[in-house]
Design a protein around this ligand. Structure first.
Ligand SMILES: Nc1ncnc2c1ncn2[C@@H]1O[C@H](COP(=O)(O)OP(=O)(O)O)[C@@H](O)[C@H]1O
Ligand SMILES: [Mg+2]
Length: 202
């Protein structure tokens, strides 16, 4: 769909008026969104079935790498990462990497309007057990809708303002649940968001 629309634009663009070109561009945009959605759903279903291998994981190291890569991919943005060092967890490093990537990408995205964006990763304790968190000072959301957060395709912000397919947090929740853990959020509009999770085995 995308390829043929592009071909029409390239080869017949001169014969089309602005409205025609605009319609074709909309078709292209919609087909790209659909393709992204299908990719994301495939990833989600793979995660549900993937084998899980428990090991000691250096999650501070994972978060450091994710942070460096996202900074390299978007050099135009100035975002401060504060990562508590030497945090280890017991889990599947591959799956935890996917979960943390999704959380950090969200924090990255929802701090875009902030000139002094800050993303923090750390661990606290609750009932003696570790609770990991990813915290940002982005746009936040109204806690009234917090129960929608982890449902596939549910989004609390518009695609126009913050693009996305709404599969990320559903994926993260599935990963955490496969570890026997729980994930929850705290947020306030205009102040920022923190995603907390624990891993059942710890
Ligand atoms: N760090 C965050 N700050 C503000 N809102 C968030 C944050 N993380 C998630 N959300 C809200 O939860 C929704 C679902 O997140 P997600 O499943 O990752 O979807 P997507 O990133 O495609 O929008 C987002 O659309 C957004 O409304
Ligand atoms: Mg996301």
């Amino acid at each position: 769909m995308n390829g043929f629309s592009e071909e029409v634009l390239l080869n017949y663009g001169e014969k089309l008026d602005e409205q025609g070109k605009d319609s074709l561009n909309r078709i292209r945009k919609a087909s790209q969104t659909m393709s992204q959605l299908i990719d994301d759903i495939l990833k989600l279903s793979r995660i549900t079935r993937a084998d899980i291998h428990f090991d000691k994981v250096n999650i501070s190291g994972l978060v450091n790498t994710i942070g460096s890569e996202i900074k390299i991919a978007h050099p135009e943005r100035q975002v401060i990462f504060v990562i508590q060092p030497e945090i280890e967890a017991y889990g599947d490093s591959n799956l935890l990497n996917i979960a943390l990537t999704n959380l950090i990408e969200n924090s990255w995205k929802f701090t875009i309007k902030n000139s002094q964006a800050r993303i923090e990763f750390g661990v606290t304790r609750e009932d003696g057990k570790p609770v990991y968190f990813v915290k940002d000072n982005g746009v936040g959301f109204d806690m009234k809708y917090a129960d929608k957060l982890f449902q596939p395709f549910r989004r609390l912000h518009t695609d126009r303002e913050f693009p996305g397919t709404g599969i990320g947090l559903a994926t993260v929740q599935r990963i955490i649940q496969r570890h026997g853990g729980r994930i929850w959020a705290e947020s306030e509009p205009g102040k920022g968001t923190t995603l907390f999770f624990n891993l059942g085995g710890e």
